[in-house]
Design a protein around this ligand. Sequence first.
Ligand code: PMV
Length: 365
Amino acid sequence: MVQASAPGKCILFGEHAVVYGQPAVAVAIDQRMSVTLELNDIWRIDGMRFNPGRHPHVEALKQRLWANGPPLSIKIIGTIPPASGLGSSAALSVAASAALRCAQGRQIKDDDWAEGWTAARPNNVYTGPWETVKGDSIELGAASVDVDECAILAHAVEASAQGGRASPLDSSACAHGGCIVLSDKIEPELNWLYSRKLNDVKWEVHSIKLPESIDDVWLVIGNTGIHAPTSEQVAKVALLLEETPERIREIETIGMISRRGISALMEGNMEGVGRAMSENHLLLRSLGVSCPELETLISAAAPSSLGVKLTGAGGGGCMIALTRNPKETSEAIELAGGRTLISKIAAQGMTVDLDEKSPIWNPFE
Ligand code: PMV
């Protein structure tokens, strides 16, 4: 049996503006998705017969990592609400990639992994509590799970499930955890991880090491329960910019605010982070991607928070509050009609949580 998990994410700065090349910042949250795999006589998912149409991400990963493999029973559990902009599908994809890879192991050729993914070794190899076990030609279990590979696979399957459009923000934040910054250029003051390209769009993916002062603040996430598809919200902003091209200034201002927020984050200046979040929200509202329900939750949270904003595509979905009083902020949001989740900032990325007798299928035999 193999089990892996990955965190959800929320966007602290730069949603929508990132579509036009400005930097965006996402942090991993405490809520996670967990995937457990076991050999079985037929394919099952959560006890039911596996229906690829209902689980497109798992199906796509199965084709990439488990083609011709024996049937599995897959269990998916998690605390990330679906379709609310918190990265549930990316977390599922990252966790499923890690579990399938762990379950399979790797072939070693010339002292290296036969299929590649070796550029960043050994830094990016998951080093859980399991020792690296090297057989003659197989690297076993958790030691064969590569964080970059899981991020790439999750990005690829997210993009195919979303008609070819997905930035790597979710997949990278859910795989690496912590704090991830996406930009259209390498940001010299940040820790650059890699470039990602999809359909002629290129992103530079960075991480930020956060100081310990983030330990006394929390994110309270307030969910409106309204589902607004990201593609519609992105199209709305695109139409606005087509009709009034000068409004690109607002997008550029969001970029400046994101940069200010990044500096405040790196300095551990949480008041500065909160101010930048609230300013970012005003611009998102003026671009037309907020909604009355989000505004109600944001107004309720503001008095007890350092900063408040919508997070993700808007039009519904979630808002976030940065606060030193998570209980008070959460109660205020709940009283205003929102459902809340509380998280620390920058949770741990993907982990392999259980690895019993892997590889459970050896495709190289
Ligand atoms: O809905 P979410 O949380 O995945 O965020 C979408 C972020 C946007 O900037 C609106 C779109 C994008 O592709 O970056």
